[in-house]
Ligand binder design. Sequence first.
Ligand code: TEU
Ligand code: CA
Length: 552
Amino acid sequence: MKKAWWKEAVVYQIYPRSFMDSNGDGIGDLPGIISKLDYLKELGVDVIWLSPCYKSPNDDNGYDISDYRDIMDEFGTLEDFRTMLEGIHKRGMKLVMDLVVNHTSDEHAWFMESRKSKDNPYRDYYIWRDGKDGKEPNNWTSYFYGPAWEYDKETDQYYLHIFSRKQPDLNWENPNVRYEVYDMMKYWLDMGCDGFRMDVVNMYSKVPGLPDGKPAEITGKEHFQDGPRIHEFLQEMNREVLSKYDIMTVGETADVSIEEALRYANNEGTELGMVFQFEQNMIDNGETRFSYRKVPLPELKACFSKWQRQLEGKAWNSLYWTNHDQPRTVSRRGNDKEYRKESQKMLYTMLMTMQGTPYIYQGEEIGMTNVYFDDIQDYDDVEIRNYWERYVVNGTEDPEKTLDGIHFRARDNARTPMQWDDSENAGFTTGKPWIKVNPNYKEINVKEALEDPDSIFHYMQDLIRMRKANEVAVYGDFKEYEPENEKLYIYERNFEGKKLFVVLNFTEETVDFCVPEGISGEGAELLIDNYKDGGKLENRVMRPYEASVYLI
Ligand code: TEU
Ligand code: CA
């Protein structure tokens, strides 16, 4: 197992639009982040992953970039960026940028040129095709619904956009595109950035001929995910850029299989350092995007345990519960009412005691919950808006049922403003926030968490300290007990003669725990537990959402 600083790090993801507003326009910004760097240092995180802050018309909140080398007006200036980067480094932390190069904004200069004429030098920076029988070139559909093609009458052709129509896909077959991207990456790395999170990194390579896909909710995935040249492109990117810097890279690989993940995040370092698997997010899928199912614990455990065991010694896991595209963890996997604190602490005890790099999304450290807006107009996300338009307004879905699905799993659940204190707008802004603050900010906010010795925040600090003090928590192997147990997740980690033993109660019931064969509780040291009076390692009753970690 090769050691690396980014394997031992704990990452904190900031969604800048919702983190902290410094100038009262209701939108988070870089000076706002700068004002909170001491808070992040106090939490104990090592790396900040910053969601896109580049110039953007914000059709997809910054994931539609119109200038890769400058800062979005609403967030501030390049000067502010340099000040923030300096502030991060001065505190011994690192900054990982979000690389979004599967597509640009349609307001990017390259696309403005490309759409001018068929023989424009930038034409094949994008994917243009003639229609077929007066319709789109193939049957692919966008992640944001509707066809994945937009007709452009100027040149009587369609351009591909697997996301919104304002996010035209770049043509990675064109070496000019690839080398422009590599050049831009060096611009940020030479400025001192410490790596990249790579947006939809497994979608750059499309199957030649762009054949029709099997009809599905997102049609065509099989032809643009893990495409024929993706590993060639990433190995080229690695040779041209990544290998020249001591950086962290993590790929967002929607729907990736274990086999593919082992290629993207292999130990030889020929592509990326690690990837985000999506199996854990799809496990509670219903029949449609905004429907869901309750997941029996053995299924959830089987997913995490498989990724632990099958990457061990071959590749490195990312460990996360949520991000800016997922609902809040405590609402999805825990109990966001009477056991909000216990369950969130238990859930993050799991992340901090597995093999991989743990990611804490902003607000998770204080147990922020889903937002449950009753009025669909209160949601902002292009994905939600398009879905509602297509399947409720112009479709047959029952509004109540769809809204219930949105309450459970919509992306905006993670995008409501960070809750700093109990003053108006949770101290996020003195203006009108771009999206409403979760009404529970009066009870759930950083100020009360810092004052409460038993808060999730203080427990998260202890978890991070525990992980840093015990290499077995980082590099240990993974062995599960009682996989069929429907209430407890029990596993051990081993490294250089140390054994970590973890027992997690995923339910609001009291549950009997029996020490497994071969485990001796004698001399086991209780490292951390969310009830702070956890018992010895012996047969005992686990309380609701109780988490206990022992060093043997
Ligand atoms: O997400 C792409 C993606 O495949 C999943 O997150 C998911 O399918 C999508 O969010 C719709 O639910 C990345 C970014 O994380 C996301 O915020 C962007 O909207 C998207 O790419 C396009 O850049
Ligand atoms: Ca602002």
